[in-house]
Design a protein around this ligand. Structure first.
Ligand code: NDP
Length: 446
């Protein structure tokens, strides 16, 4: 049962942000964990820290005009939600996808606050993007869009103010075009203003791999806490983008076998184990569709519009998008013997799915903990930029592994302390909230 005062905060959030269903969902999920916290710390209610944390510090909406290769004009909507800067500059990715709207960006920004706090790094929370569809667009079109986007956004950014990165539809190529335009407009080589940069121009080794690697390391920690191991486990990873590819890579390195992955069109099932070299060639080099995998790998089958969660596995890594794993899917996973789920994506499991996992005793790592390795490594990139240094792959990967172990330990211990042993949702929400709320309270009514 949720605390009455917290329920009234949720009602206010819903009334003030009509139609923003994903944002409502993420607020409810966090506030439902906070009953035992406000019982111990009534000042967070008295000082309206919870109301304040649910209201972004600043929301920026802007027009992004651009021209395609045939000369036609297009207008998209760009946005940046600067949610919370109690711990450091706003930090969070940019998403380019036709589904992007303010409610989705706010849910992502809200999650980001607690995730960033859990990393232990000095970074606040934010998120942005545009309802732009990069699929099928040429390099020149992508460049013109990124330049137009940054021509407005640059005035709101800065290494001590707001530091974006990639997300769905924004990878190394887009970060390059965005950084180039920022540099040109401001006449500053301010490396720390964006993360996910290329290695040759201020980027950090391991940043590309970090989110996927981190989600697998988190799963390994959850399994070890139960006396189990990833070695020898059959796994499925939804999506086939940045997070998914490197979740597959790390799973294979740790002795697991990923037998399926997907994109928004369908599912590839390869019982021999996904051929990562082939997958990288299709997605990173050719920017093609996953359906072409089966043309080059006879052991695999492709199911158009298939459901990846029907494929039996021990460990699942939802790594595509929000609400991609429903209550029905969770039941199918449990029925097929799944013992752990680690979220590479943000909020991929619906609340019903999370309930199913908890009831079945599945080790469930929520995205704000399990996929925090990406933003943590972004903070390591900022550190290297600030000190004009660059670290080796192995040193950076060791730091990432240490951070993931620490996030796991914090969530595990906090869940136990607050009477919910093994519940990483409670552990992550409470630990992340306490850090941000304590800082907000110390900074006064701002
Ligand atoms: P990419 O754009 O690299 O890949 C996204 C993948 O998800 C693609 O395979 C895409 O398929 C699939 N996908 C996207 N939308 C849908 C949809 N509506 N239904 C089914 N599949 C879909 O993005 P990332 O890998 O970077 O991001 C994936 C998730 O991880 C997101 O939730 C993101 O917020 C989260 N995340 C990413 C971080 C990062 O460092 N990149 C950090 C932390 C979280 P298709 O090509 O067909 O669209």
């Amino acid at each position: 049962m949720i605390d009455e005062k917290l329920e009234s905060v949720i009602s206010e959030v819903i009334a003030r942000n009509p139609g923003q269903t994903e944002f409502h969902q993420s607020v409810r999920e966090v506030l439902e964990s906070l009953g035992p916290v406000v019982a111990k710390h009534p000042e967070f209610l008295d000082h309206k820290v919870i109301e304040r944390i649910c209201e972004p510090e600043r929301q920026i909406l802007f027009r992004v005009p651009w021209q395609d290769d045939s000369g036609e004009f297009h207008i998209n909507r760009g946005m940046r939600v600067e949610f919370n800067s109690a711990l450091g500059p706003f930090k969070g990715g940019l998403r380019f996808h036709p589904s992007v709207n303010l409610g989705i960006v706010k849910f992502l920004g809200f999650e980001q606050i607690f995730k960033n706090a859990l990393t232990g790094m000095p970074i606040g929370g934010g998120k942005g993007g545009a309802n732009f569809d990069p699929k099928g667009r040429s390099d020149s079109e992508i460049m013109r869009f990124c330049q137009s986007f940054m021509t407005e956004l640059y005035r709101h950014l800065g290494e001590y103010t707001d530091v974006p990165a990639g997300d769905i539809g924004v990878g190394g190529r887009e970060i390059g075009y965005l950084f180039g335009q920022y540099k040109r407009i401001t006449n500053r080589y301010e490396s720390g203003v964006l993360t996910g940069k290329g290695i040759e121009w201020g980027g950090a080794l391991v940043r590309t791999e970090a989110t996927g690697y981190g989600a697998v390391l988190f799963a390994q920690e959850m399994l070890r806490a139960r006396g189990e191991d990833l070695d020898g486990r059959t796994c499925v990873v939804s999506g086939s983008g940045n997070v998914a590819i490197y979740a597959i890579e790390k799973t294979h390195q740790l002795g697991g076998k990923v037998v399926a992955c997907s994109d928004s069109s369908g599912v590839v099932h390869d019982p021999d184990g996904i051929d990562l070299g082939l997958l990288k060639q299709i997605k990173e080099v050719e920017r093609g569709r996953i359906s072409t995998y089966v043309e080059r790998k006879p052991s695999a089958t492709y199911t158009d519009r298939g459901c990846i969660w029907d494929i039996p596995c021990d460990v699942a890594f939802p790594s595509a998008t929000q609400n991609e794993l429903t209550g029905r899917d969770a039941k199918a996973l449990v029925a097929n013997g799944c013992i752990a789920v680690s979220e590479g994506a943000n909020m991929p499991s619906t609340p019903e799915a999370v309930d199913v996992f908890h009831e079945a005793g599945v080790a469930f790592g929520p995205g704000k903990a399990a996929n925090a390795g990406g933003v943590a490594t972004s903070a390591l990139e900022m550190q290297q930029n600030a000190s004009r240094d660059s670290w080796s792959f192995s040193y950076t990967e060791d730091r990432l592994a240490e951070i993931m172990r620490s996030i796991h330990a914090t969530c595990h211990a906090t869940a136990e302390e607050y009477g919910a042993p093994g519940n990483y949702v409670m552990g992550a929400n409470i630990a992340g909230f306490l850090k941000v709320a304590t800082a907000m309270d110390a900074l006064g009514l701002v």
